[in-house]
Design a protein around this ligand. Structure first.
Ligand SMILES: C[S@@+](CC[C@H](N)C(=O)[O-])C[C@H]1O[C@@H](n2cnc3c(N)ncnc32)[C@H](O)[C@@H]1O
Length: 276
């Protein structure tokens, strides 16, 4: 069952919230990015939600298609870093969990006492996830929670591990999400974030650039009839902080031993931090 915690934002407000800044104008502190657009900080979430309402039903098939299946290998590496134990209780939180890909892997890797909470702000994504969990008979105890990563309706010091995969760049106030991750983790708990990063392999960077900006929106349009959500996804990757900056943000939230590992020539990185 999806536990509704926060009301969702409708797409109705969308038209009025775009603020087109000229390239030379400085960005006020309460502005942020929605892809390459500058928008008011308080409006970004509604725009992001509209993207995922539009793609929810096709999200999984498009993920395979656009990443050529690579997202599966990246998620496997992420879950191998979680290492849920097979023989004792383990409480895992997957934030921006969407249709459940990471959460289901954790449940499958863990033992009978592994308890996984999948949290996402978008009820449509969670409902697709619930149907998948039932269809694939995912083992373990799963709880679906509709809520915002910036304001987790969960107790302090209650999880052994926290993951967020391809989610944090969509969150308007990343510092708040990191502070909440720190709050809900137990001492000794681990924060892990899988996110697109900066390609640092000569040659691959040019191919990746062309693929991202031309092929992905075109594929999105061909399959779903609308290229705009996929343009946002690509643009938001370019606006995400440099991995070293993000590592510092993780440390600023209180985590220790913050590190990151690049995969596939830097297409993605897994960031890690410990609550010690
Ligand atoms: C690209 S999908 C990733 C889904 C899943 N983690 C995966 O890797 O397949 C991004 C998800 O972030 C969610 N999201 C965006 N903003 C959020 C927020 N503030 N709090 C929680 N989830 C959020 C979206 O609803 C969407 O399901």
């Amino acid at each position: 069952m999806v536990i509704p915690v926060l009301s969702r934002y409708g797409p109705a407000a969308l038209e009025s919230v775009m603020v087109h800044a000229s390239p030379s104008s400085p960005r006020p502190e309460d502005d942020t990015h929605f892809g390459f657009e500058t928008v008011r900080l308080g409006q970004k979430q509604a725009l992001v939600d509209d993207v995922f309402h539009k793609v929810a039903d096709r999200y999984d098939v498009m993920n395979d298609f656009m990443s050529m299946g690579l997202h599966r290998a990246w998620k496997d590496v992420l879950v191998s870093m979680v290492k849920p134990p097979g023989n004792r209780p383990f409480r895992h939180l997957d934030v921006a969990g969407g249709t459940g890909d990471v959460a289901f892997r954790v449940a499958q890797a863990g033992g009978p006492e592994t308890d996984v909470t999948i949290l996402d702000i978008n009820g449509d994504m969670l409902r697709v996830g619930e149907a998948r969990a039932a269809r694939h008979r995912v083992p373990g105890h799963l709880t679906f929670v509709e809520a915002n990563a910036e304001d987790l309706p969960l107790p302090d010091n209650s999880f052994d591990a926290y993951t967020i995969a391809f989610g944090i760049r969509n969150v308007p106030r990343i510092e708040r999400a990191l502070a909440e991750a720190y709050r809900v983790l137990k001492r000794g708990g681990r924060f892990l974030c899988l996110e697109f990063s900066i390609v640092n392999l000569p040659g691959l960077d040019k191919i990746y650039e062309a693929y991202s900006f031309t092929a992905i929106p075109a594929m999105g349009k061909a399959v779903t009839g609308d290229g705009q959500p996929y343009r946002y996804l690509v643009e938001s990757i370019r606006k995400f902080p440099h991995p070293e900056t993000f590592r510092d943000m993780i440390e600023d939230a209180g985590f220790r031993r913050a590190t990151y590992t690049r995969l596939t020539g830097g297409v993605v990185a897994i960031h890690s931090g410990w609550k010690l």
